[in-house]
Design a protein around this ligand. Structure first.
Ligand SMILES: Nc1ncnc2c1ncn2[C@@H]1O[C@H](COP(=O)(O)OP(=O)(O)OP(=O)(O)O)[C@@H](O)[C@H]1O
Length: 248
């Protein structure tokens, strides 16, 4: 078997005496979606941030395409950054409110390649090229998340870490963004590390699922098995509190 695209081994991250991530090992293959689920505070986001080195793990290994990222300096990380990007719950954080959407999308591309590439990116996420002239406040939540995804795609990554990508959206809009993510995975061969507390979203997107509790993975396996026949009492509790994945 070929090496996973992303391979986390015994990753730990402490804040003072509190261990937010307490020794997690997890692989994501090329073109695969792996979900990390768990209650608020279980360490999901911290793990996602360690995976793309927005946070430096306290210890452990983060290998991306065979390259060890865990201890790399900012200067050594920079040329690798285009290959792994993060999509946040609220894309406003990565969009300057004063800039047009076109400028926000052109910025990671560099100035020369601007217009044609911005139009193509907008088209890829289901938005008309005219959106390039708008500002973030003129967009709906779903449109803003489409732009957030387009910005993450601008530098042709292999991996997106999706941190609660549809949580802020209405259910009907959630379904549209989930479909977009599925289409993009198919057309671009993207791998996703999906961080979510929403088991319905996980069921729709993830091939495999890991359940986190208090910084540790307590159960992992194919998503159908985790949602359909969970073994760990904590996972059963999560499913019960969500009213079963279908009902969320
Ligand atoms: N920068 C930080 N400084 C101090 N503590 C932090 C920091 N980031 C996270 N933590 C703590 O680490 C723990 C895990 O947080 P994390 O955000 O990773 O959990 P989560 O499962 O993603 O929860 P949520 O869904 O609420 O974001 C929490 O106790 C949190 O307070």
């Amino acid at each position: 078997m070929s090496e996973p695209l992303l391979s986390l081994t015994d990753v730990r991250k402490s804040y003072g005496r509190h261990e937010a991530v307490a020794g997690v090992s997890l692989d994501v293959g090329r073109g695969e979606t792996v979900a990390v689920v768990g209650e608020s505070g279980s360490g999901k986001s911290t793990l996602g941030r360690c995976a793309v080195r927005l946070t430096r793990p306290t210890s452990g290994s983060v290998r991306f395409d065979g390259i060890e990222l865990a201890g790399l300096s900012g200067r050594r990380l920079r040329p690798l950054r285009p290959r792994f990007q993060m999509v946040f719950q609220d894309p406003s954080g990565s969009l300057d409110p004063r800039w047009t959407i076109g400028r926000s999308l052109a910025e990671p591309l560099g100035l020369q390649r601007r217009d044609a590439d911005v139009g193509a990116l907008l088209g890829e996420v289901g938005l008309d090229p005219s959106f390039a002239g708008r500002r973030p406040h003129e967009l709906s939540g779903g449109q803003r998340q489409r732009v957030g995804i387009a910005r993450a795609l601008a530098l042709s990554p292999d991996l997106l870490v999706l941190d609660e990508p549809v949580t802020a959206l209405d259910v009907s809009v959630q379904a549209q963004i989930i479909n977009l993510l599925l289409e993009l995975q198919e057309s671009r061969g993207l791998a996703y590390l999906l961080i979510s507390h929403d088991l319905a979203v996980v069921g729709a997107l993830a091939h495999r699922t890991a359940v986190m509790n208090a910084g540790r993975v307590i159960e992992a396996g194919p998503t159908g098995q985790i949602l359909g026949a969970p073994e760990h009492p904590y996972t059963r509790m999560l499913l019960a509190s969500a009213g079963g994945a279908e009902a969320v």
